[in-house]
Design a protein around this ligand. Structure first.
Ligand code: GLU
Ligand code: ZN
Length: 496
């Protein structure tokens, strides 16, 4: 039982859920699911000033949308709770107290002014930044006096000067830091809140975390954590630092590169399964070439030994391509159900909500192939929903047509279509092809005219199917409206 894998995702609720963060969550989840272990969520809200309201919900929503479930954490509870650090302050304070009593930590009474001066001095002398250990050897009575005089104090870790800290990172191999390069960092702030370092170590220990999979930016924190594990007598977990996510220009992925919030991807109509597939390949690969993988396959094959050290490029074109493939693979019913929220959001106000699923199912096969992101759906299909088309009437006179010939075509079509007892793709085919011959125009000229009049655009889904979905009444009405519009069009012989 003790070799059960336990991993955690430990977001700080300081903003929207960044895709890089979600990738970290995903890798932890994949690792847990692969090993049949537990995936735990812990909210690291100890930076009170930076905590943003609603951020926890946004993070959890993002995970839920991706299909990432958690075994312990907010909402679900568990045996090692609470899973919110601000509700665990006594544990960190007790650990800090123990470190002080052992001589592994000490109170620091330095004022902000003193620390600012120290920093300026270090910059001036081009020295590395870091606390100068001013209070490290302060005697207890001297400290008590400062405390009594009302000075605030923090607790700092007494980092040893000598030796190095070496650890084995599962992804990076052996990593060594000289202890002399690590300053006496704060572990407990003056308001009684722990810093990330202390809280992370205490909780990873108390929650029985076996593997810490986190972003590369935390690599340099690891020696500090290991020194604390040692001082506290805890067995450290294993560490794996995931490669950074980069933009196309190979700099760290940020807002400059476009959307970075997972919620924006959801809102733009990426499918969660495409997102899981895409994010899983940011740093991990099955064999260096397979691109399309179901989540089941990813879980089955996920291994840290196939995670790269080098940064992973977030290539939005690849995501779009992948999303298009996932969309095309959806069953029509599923596709229809998924586009409804996008239609209800994107269609003009005049269109009555709720949008009918039955109707969308008829339109879906005509456009599904062309959709790369679900939010394109409204633009593509608006003419199926609105009563009055708004378009540039010039598009009625298509290539190699004149205004008079267009009028003739429209009039003839109105009377032919009006007579049709059954208005289906097949029946339209049967009457419209001969009609072109009768009018002595090319089918392209006839169909182009009809397309403009019926959809209000020059590029649209297959014409007969579109007309069949719209139905006779609406098609005839649109042709009549086109006749009226035609009067406004300058007569011109379209050039070759
Ligand atoms: N709260 C840290 C973050 O937001 C967690 C780092 C870690 O996983 O140790 O990234
Ligand atoms: Zn000090």
């Amino acid at each position: 039982m003790n070799d059960e894998v336990r991993v955690r995702y430990a977001p700080s609720p300081t903003g929207y859920p960044h895709v890089g963060n979600i990738r970290t969550a995903l890798f932890n989840w994949l690792f847990a699911r692969h090993h049949g272990g537990s995936f735990i969520i812990r909210i690291e809200d100890t930076d009170v000033a930076r905590t943003v309201e609603g951020a926890v919900e946004a993070i959890l929503d993002g995970l839920r949308w991706m299909g990432i479930d958690w075994d312990e954490g907010p909402e679900v509870g568990g045996n090692y709770g609470p899973y919110v650090q601000s509700q665990r302050l006594a544990k960190y304070q007790a650990a800090a107290k123990r470190l002080i009593d052992q001589g592994d930590a000490y109170y620091c009474y330095c004022t902000t002014e003193r620390l600012d001066e120290m920093r300026n001095e270090q910059t001036r002398l081009k020295q590395p930044p870091g606390y100068d250990r001013y209070c490290r050897d302060l005697s207890v009575p001297a400290g008590v006096l400062k405390w009594m005089s009302g000075l605030k104090r923090v607790v700092r870790f007494r980092t040893p000067f000598a030796n190095k800290t070496t650890f084995h990172d599962i992804i990076r191999g052996d990593v060594t830091f000289e202890n002399s390069t690590i300053d006496d960092f704060v572990i407990l702030k003056s308001d009684g809140y722990p810093t990330y370092h202390l809280a992370s170590v205490v909780d990873d220990h108390e929650m029985g975390i076996t593997h810490v999979l986190r972003a590369e930016e935390w690599l340099s924190s690891t020696p500090r954590h290991l020194l604390m594990y040692k001082a506290l007598g805890y067995k450290p977990p294993e560490f794996a630092h995931l490669p950074m996510l980069l933009g196309a220009d190979r700099s760290k992925l940020s807002k400059r590169h476009g959307s970075v919030s997972i919620i924006e991807y959801k809102e733009r109509g990426y499918l969660p399964e495409a997102m899981v597939n895409f994010l899983s390949l940011l740093g991990w690969s099955l064999d260096g070439k397979t691109e399309l993988l179901t989540v089941k396959d990813i879980i089955k094959n996920f291994s840290l030994s196939r995670v790269n050290q080098t940064g992973a490029i977030f290539n939005i074109e690849k995501l779009d391509w992948m999303n298009g493939i996932y969309i095309r693979d959806l069953k029509v019913d599923d596709f229809s159900r998924r586009v409804i929220p996008f239609l209800e959001k994107g269609l003009p106000e005049e269109v009555i909500r709720p949008v009918s699923l039955e109707y969308v199912k008829k339109i879906a096969p005509l456009v599904q192939e062309r959709v790369k992101k679900l939010n394109e759906i409204s633009e593509l299909t608006e003419f199926f929903f609105v009563d009055n088309l708004k378009y540039d009437s010039n598009i009625l006179v298509v290539k190699k047509m004149t205004r008079d010939l267009t009028r003739k075509v429209l009039e003839a079509s109105i009377s032919e279509l009006g007579e049709l007892p059954v208005f289906s793709e097949e029946s339209l085919e049967t009457v419209l092809r001969p009609l072109a011959d009768k009018l002595e125009v090319k089918t392209g000229q006839l169909f182009g005219t009809l397309r403009s009049a019926i959809t209000g655009r020059e590029v649209a889904p297959p014409l007969f199917q579109t007309m069949a979905v719209l139905g006779k009444e609406r098609c005839v009405k649109r042709l009549q409206e086109a006749l009226v519009l035609l009067d406004k069009v300058q007569d011109k012989l379209a050039e070759e």
